[in-house]
Design a protein around this ligand. Structure first.
Ligand SMILES: Nc1ncnc2c1ncn2[C@@H]1O[C@H](COP(=O)(O)OP(=O)(O)O)[C@@H](O)[C@H]1O
Ligand SMILES: [Mg+2]
Length: 456
């Protein structure tokens, strides 16, 4: 290992140094069972199984009572609707659109009113979100940048003579808070089409699953996106999340032609690993880790994992089961996880683990995420993708799995073919994560204890 030349990492004063507590945190967490378990142990814990379903979003039930006249008798119709509240998450079914038109202006009393679309919060009609620009189109809809608004108070209803728009609309005036959120809006019709039972193609992408997974993880980790609220109306599912102002990691890396410095890459990668650890500790594999699904939030390169539409809930053996049966349970029993049956993959081939791509074998969901995180690290360091698809006919993939190529330990600068001179520790961590055989791929525990992460 020490055959490599040690690279002098570039100094970038804009990046906060990796603080000591972060590496201490990594080492103290690394011994958890789920992070240590090897592929062989997973394989011998029982036959491969289907992923578990997610628990339905939890909360409280409310009833809306509608009254109407029929032949002089008041007939009461009880319209049952489900509104759920759970760890700050609202999940509601309503029988009309939550989007209205209203007049908005910023908190400054001198600013003008403008006509905007506003998404009303269920059972809090004084609060809403002003819909803003489209950040991205998605499979079933789009992601919007929005701003929280509250109904204007009497004192905020000041206006100038010529501000006619406001005068016409006095009961529907909203003041912007300046606080931004991202709202992922999925059309329910499109979602239904993706999961149509009569269709021959089942799509693993499922926005409901994203809501369920984020609720299961309870908004507890700084490196995993929070779900501030989720609700539906007759047309759409709305997921409200904190707005990450720095764009995606992919966009960030594209500004650096030959990749970013090791110091910066380490700062980002540690956060990805801590986020992944949190997800895995809940018995979930993300299944779509990529530089597009890591958001940068703020100026200090804080990283947040997003996009849980493809995640899987990993099956585990029952404690008293010697591994012989097909019955499985979740991670809460503390048993060893099972391999997951191969299934229709859908996701980014550039990040997909070879065993998932091949569709021939069952796979360990957690090991597949580690492969994808390895590709992200490669991408950070070189500014490029190592391969287009994890297929032996792909020249990039062929070189990656050929240990005599750029992983050659005798080479002075093994990554020079990618235009980078990097430390031996970095070459080693990339090499152990990007093992095409998941049996010999590093576990999360090995990664968390790796020397490259504790360099300051
Ligand atoms: N919280 C957020 N803050 C800012 N932009 C976001 C946020 N969530 C998503 N986006 C933007 O929307 C894109 C798509 O969101 P994502 O959840 O990854 O959906 P998809 O399943 O379509 O990939 C992201 O790549 C990012 O550009
Ligand atoms: Mg995405």
């Amino acid at each position: 290992m020490s055959n490599y030349k040690r690279c002098n990492d570039e100094v970038n004063n804009d990046v906060p140094p990796l603080i000591l507590e972060k590496s201490t945190e990594l080492c103290s967490l690394a011994d958890a069972k789920f992070a240590r378990v090897t592929y062989d142990e997973v394989e011998s814990s029982g036959p491969a199984a289907a992923p578990l379903g997610f628990p339905a979003p939890r909360g409280k039930r409310i009833f809306i009572i509608l009254m109407f006249q029929k032949r002089h008798c008041a007939v009461i119709v009880i319209y049952c609707t489900l509104t759920l509240t759970f760890s700050g998450v609202i999940y509601g079914t309503v029988n009309r659109s939550r989007i209205i038109r209203g007049s908005c202006r910023s908190a400054s009393s001198t600013s003008k009113w403008s006509s905007e679309s506003i998404l009303l919060l269920p059972d809090r009609n004084e609060h809403g979100y002003k819909l803003g620009i489209t950040l991205r189109q998605t499979l079933c809809g789009y992601v919007l940048k929005c701003e929280t608004v509250t109904k204007a108070s009497a004192t905020e209803k000041t206006y100038v003579e010529e501000d006619l728009l406001m005068q016409k609309n006095e009961s529907n005036l909203w003041v912007q808070s300046g606080e931004c959120v991202a709202i992922k809006i999925d059309r329910r019709q499109s979602m239904k089409r993706l999961h149509d039972k009569n269709s021959t193609v089942t799509n693993p992408e499922n926005p409901w699953k994203e809501v369920a997974a984020l609720q299961l993880m309870k908004n507890e980790h700084p490196n995993v996106i929070k779900l501030l609220g989720a609700f539906i109306d007759e047309e759409c599912l709305y997921e409200v999340m904190p707005y990450c102002s720095g764009g995606t990691l992919n966009e960030y890396v594209r500004h650096h032609q030959n990749g970013i410095s090791e110091t910066e890459a380490r700062h980002i990668f540690v956060q990805i690993i801590l986020g992944l650890y949190h997800i895995h500790s809940h018995g979930i594999c993300h299944h779509d880790i990529s530089a597009d699904n890591v958001m940068i939030d703020g100026n200090d390169l804080k990283c947040v994992l997003i996009d849980f539409g493809m995640c899987l809930r990993v099956p585990h053996s029952y404690p008293d089961d010697s591994g012989a049966t097909d019955d499985t349970t979740d991670e809460s029993m503390g048993t060893t996880r099972r391999l997951i049956h191969s299934h229709n993959h859908c996701g980014k081939l550039r990040y997909m683990a070879p065993e998932v791509y091949s569709k021939k074998y069952a796979f360990d969901g957690l090991a597949a995420d580690i492969w994808s995180a390895g590709v992200v690290l490669f991408n950070l360091i070189t500014g490029r993708q190592p391969f287009e698809r994890p297929d032996i006919n792909d020249p990039g993939f062929f070189d990656l799995v050929d240990e005599t190529f750029y992983w050659d330990k005798e080479a002075v600068n093994p990554m020079m073919s990618w235009g980078r001179e990097v430390s031996s520790e970095l070459v080693d961590i990339l090499m152990i994560m990007l093992k095409s055989d998941p049996r010999v791929r590093a576990t999360l525990s090995q990664i968390m204890k790796h020397g490259w992460l504790s360099i300051h």
